[in-house]
Design a protein around this ligand. Structure first.
Ligand code: FAD
Length: 491
């Protein structure tokens, strides 16, 4: 169905809803659904997914809250403009497979986005309930997950329509959400797409960063296998810029290249003691635990299983690290963050879950030094206590040290999670590619094209650390622009 058909259908439905105004009054009295979650004491003993999804009854009831607004602001809040009221009304009518189909028109990974997107800052923040009624928004993310899971579990996963192969080869560097979304769109348009991935697993941060208890790998694998079924080829263990070069890609006959190599370079704070044994980045920690099974007793390269673990930072990566540490056996797992809880960039749900799991929050504390023993192992962290001052450029109140207020706490492991930068390998390996001071690839924001005619880029390599849905949106826009450039003989 075309966008126009969907819009027309929605308009008809809305007119019907208006005629039934009383029904809308009933709708707004319904309370937002609560998703069942695993009990905290049980879940910290394993890696099982914490959120259990909605039952069919819950989904039908929640879908019936949606007012199907004539000018749905929720769609404006979604970086890939999912037809939100349409898919929710599909659910309300019990047409769950149709709902999944609607989602897939604009989102390559609905089961993933339904789980990890910050809906509270995006679509749900623009919901009529929230903006105009001061009530809890429709649980758009939960419903997205419901429809995608229903389709997967039904065994009736439909592949999108794929145009006849046009014989044109396109290369993708990196298999995270940006690369996957781009690959899917180009495969649909008839191109022969090959994705080169540096690691042995396909999926980027979805696999090596976000833990199983938030996003099971089996869900990501289904989406990847769908792309395989659409003809996308994946080549793992291939580092572009080392294993093969940009020139090699041209020689292999690829007409266009989409770089989606992410921002996998961890940042540190450059404070004394960061080289002590037991101090590591969250990238290293999570990759080793998630991708290399380093927390298992029989691992050849075991990760340190600290009993008193300090995680420095307040983002999703910090929450994932501290909750992983808890599951790996930490007795005391702490978040150390220099601002207050309101300023934390992590999803509220993650903060809530971490607290339920017994994680301690030392907000308004900033590490200034790590102390170690004679064997070079970390034993303690010195913390400067902070207070909040005026808002800074990010709009958040900036942390200021309280003179003389210093505290030392014992730790045997520190995980530093204070941000990431793009890996310089690709930018350095491609001559003439325009790079920002932050090391990101500079592109035209509409087309995602770089200063090199055949090189497009998107996701974290362009934005620095961002989100799954923004990376996917970039992939979609880049595919549309590259397809147009090829069709118009501009590439
Ligand atoms: C722990 C963690 C938790 C997060 N939680 C959330 C969340 O809850 N919600 C959310 O929306 N976002 C979250 N994010 C952010 C989100 O995952 C990223 O913004 C998103 O994955 C970026 O996608 P990408 O495709 O640009 O890059 P990535 O997912 O980083 O994928 C890049 C891929 O490129 C590969 N690569 C790199 N260099 C090369 C090369 N030279 N050759 C070949 N391959 C290469 C890498 O190995 C990697 O697989 C989280 C991030 C982390 C680290």
């Amino acid at each position: 169905m075309s966008k126009e058909d969907i819009a027309a259908q929605r308009a008809t439905e809305w007119r019907e809803a208006l005629r039934k105004e009383k029904k809308n009054k009933d709708r707004i009295e319904i309370e937002r659904v609560k998703m069942r979650e695993l009990d905290p004491e049980y879940r910290i003993t394993n890696n099982e997914e914490v959120n259990c999804g909605l039952t069919t009854e819950q989904a039908l009831r929640e879908a019936s809250r949606c007012l199907d607004c004539p000018d749905p602001q929720c769609m404006q809040g979604c970086p890939v403009n999912i037809f939100i009221p349409t898919f929710i009304k599909n659910i309300e009518r019990g047409e769950f497979l149709e709902a999944a189909k609607t989602l897939k028109m604009t989102s390559a990974l609905p089961a993933v986005c339904g789980r990890v997107c910050p809906q509270e800052k995006q679509c749900e923040s623009k919901c009529f309930y929230k903006l105009k009624l001061g009530k809890e928004p429709v649980a758009i993310g939960y419903l997205e997950r419901f429809a995608a899971d229903y389709e997967r579990e039904s065994g009736k996963m439909a592949l999108p329509e794929i145009k006849e192969k046009n014989g044109i080869k396109i290369a993708v560097v990196g298999s995270g959400p940006a690369g996957l979304s781009f690959a899917g769109e180009m495969a649909k348009a008839g191109y022969s797409v090959t994705v080169f991935e540096a690691l042995h697993e396909i999926g980027g941060v979805l696999k090596y960063g976000i833990p199983e208890f938030r996003l099971p790998n089996s869900i990501v694998d289904v989406e990847i296998n769908n792309l395989r079924a659409m003809g996308v080829e994946f080549i793992a263990d291939c580092i572009v810029g080392k294993t093969i070069s940009y020139d090699d890609i041209h020689e292999m006959g690829f007409k266009g290249i989409f770089v989606a190599s992410g921002a996998g370079l961890p940042r540190f704070m450059n404070i004394p003691g960061e080289n002590l044994i037991g101090v590591m980045s969250s990238n290293e920690y999570l990759t080793r635990v998630n991708l290399m099974c380093a927390a298992q007793d029989d691992s050849d390269t075991p990760v340190i299983k600290g009993k008193r673990v300090a995680v420095i930072g307040g983002g999703n990566t910090a929450m994932d690290s501290v909750r992983t540490a808890k599951r790996v056996g930490a007795e005391r797992a702490m978040i150390i963050y220099r601002r207050g809880e309101d300023e934390m960039p992590a999803r509220r749900e993650e903060i809530h879950h971490a607290k339920q799991e017994g994680v301690e929050f030392l907000t308004l504390h900033n590490p200034i030094e790590y102390l170690g023993n004679e064997k070079g192992k970390v034993t303690a962290v010195r913390l400067q206590k902070m207070q909040l001052g005026e808002p800074d450029a990010s709009g958040r109140r900036s942390p200021e040290p309280i003179p003389g207020a210093i505290e030392t706490i014992e730790v045997d492991e520190v995980i530093v999670s204070v941000g990431v930068s793009p890996n310089p390998l690709i930018p350095n390996a491609i001559k003439g590619l325009e790079i920002s001071k932050k090391g990101t690839i500079i592109v035209n924001e509409e087309t995602m094209r770089s200063d090199l005619n055949d090189l497009y880029a998107g996701g974290d390599i362009v934005r620095g650390g961002a989100t799954v849905i923004l990376a996917m949106g970039d992939g979609r826009r880049a595919a549309k622009a590259m397809n147009e450039a090829i069709r118009n003989n501009k590439l």
